[in-house]
Ligand binder design. Structure first.
Ligand SMILES: Nc1ncnc2c1ncn2[C@@H]1O[C@H](COP(=O)(O)OP(=O)(O)O)[C@@H](O)[C@H]1O
Ligand SMILES: [Mg+2]
Length: 327
């Protein structure tokens, strides 16, 4: 079976210029390093990791908005960055991105009807009358009323705005929705409603999701597969169940320790000191996590660990660590 989305060895760096005490220097941030990832139709894949680890860069690269420096991105088997403009537009209908902040991602000058209906105009779908009907239908699907059509984003709450963003994402009936932290700007009470809405929409439209979050607990119960990122790399990838039962990477264990509700009986407390040292650490020769890790040995400073099958875990559980936890 061809994966719906297929990333092979995707890397992306950004140049950074810094003016410091000793003059200017150039550097680069490796936002993505050799990311390989398959997403199959119908799956919900979550990508988690702390701020700055490259999640949004991954969303934009997978979402046809940002070409990688190297590697390939395929949607339905077609290389998305090797296409001509018209082919790219056609392929773009098959996926849609939803961004984190519903306050800034919706154009304040456009009415809800215009925001939600705009993709129909861009892709030249139907006439004016049929577009309005489509917009009304999709608004109902996300729990909004037909009279909301003529209102403006500022007249809505955060949760309702995220519903508007979802209506816009759905209107072209895409196969894949990539949602970049869709809940983190919302109140906890509203987060649950949006999660439920995402689940309902998935069922109704046979959608495939990539949901990005910095918080494991938010995405845990809706994901089929969870991918943990650290400094631009995938450090662990597993079914949600296997990841929570048997987290193998010390960083995943740290994330789980920060969300203790997830594990019924934590076997061991992982000290959370490493959170205090979070931030951009210069590229390491060996394992990127080594400076924060409590299990480091000599090899960790010398060779980068590869993403490989985790010991004693389910078959599709992979981890990039020289000393993965064996339970
Ligand atoms: N356009 C850009 N220019 C320079 N650096 C960037 C740009 N976009 C992202 N970065 C850097 O790349 C790294 C990953 O960023 P991002 O993908 O936004 O992480 P996340 O979404 O996980 O917080 C960060 O260090 C960020 O500063
Ligand atoms: Mg981000």
């Amino acid at each position: 079976m061809t994966p719906l989305l297929d990333l092979q060895g995707v890397s992306k760096s950004f140049p950074v210029r810094k003016t410091g005490l000793f003059g200017r220097h150039r550097n680069e941030v490796k936002a993505l390093v050799q990311i390989t990832l398959d997403v199959y139709k119908g799956e919900t894949v979550s990508i988690v990791g702390e701020s700055g680890c490259g999640k949004s860069t991954l969303a934009r690269t997978a979402g046809m908005l940002l070409a990688p420096d190297s590697g390939t991105v395929k949607l339905n088997g077609r290389n998305v960055y090797g296409l001509r403009a018209r082919e790219k537009l056609a392929l773009r209908r098959q996926m849609h991105l939803v961004f984190q902040d519903p306050y800034s991602s919706l154009n304040p000058r456009l009415s809800v009807g215009e925001i939600v209906g705009e993709p129909l105009i861009i892709h030249k779908v139907g006439d004016a009358r049929s577009r309005i009907e489509k917009v009304k239908k999709v608004l109902a699907e996300v729990g909004l009323q037909p009279h909301h059509l003529n209102k403006y984003p500022h007249q809505f709450s955060g949760g309702q705005r995220q519903r508007i963003a979802l209506a816009r994402a759905l209107i072209l009936r895409p196969d894949l929705i990539i949602a970049d932290e869709p809940l983190s700007a919302l109140d906890v009470s509203v987060q649950g409603q949006i999660i439920n809405l995402l689940a309902d929409l998935k069922k109704a439209h046979h959608l495939t999701y990539i949901i990005i979050s910095h918080d494991l607990s938010v995405v845990s119960h809706v994901s089929d597969r969870v991918i943990v990122m650290y400094q631009g790399r995938i450090v662990e990838s597993a079914t949600a169940e296997s990841l929570f039962q048997n987290p193998c990477h010390p960083y995943t264990q740290l994330l789980l320790a920060a969300a203790p509700r997830l594990r019924e009986a934590p076997r061991r407390r992982v000290r959370d000191h490493a959170y205090e040292t979070a931030g951009i650490v210069p590229d390491q020769t060996g394992c990127q996590f080594a400076p924060r890790c409590q299990k480091t040995q000599e090899i960790c400073g010398l060779a980068p660990p590869r993403l490989e099958s985790a010991p004693n875990a389910s078959e599709d559980h992979q981890v990039a660590c020289h000393f993965p936890e064996v339970i």
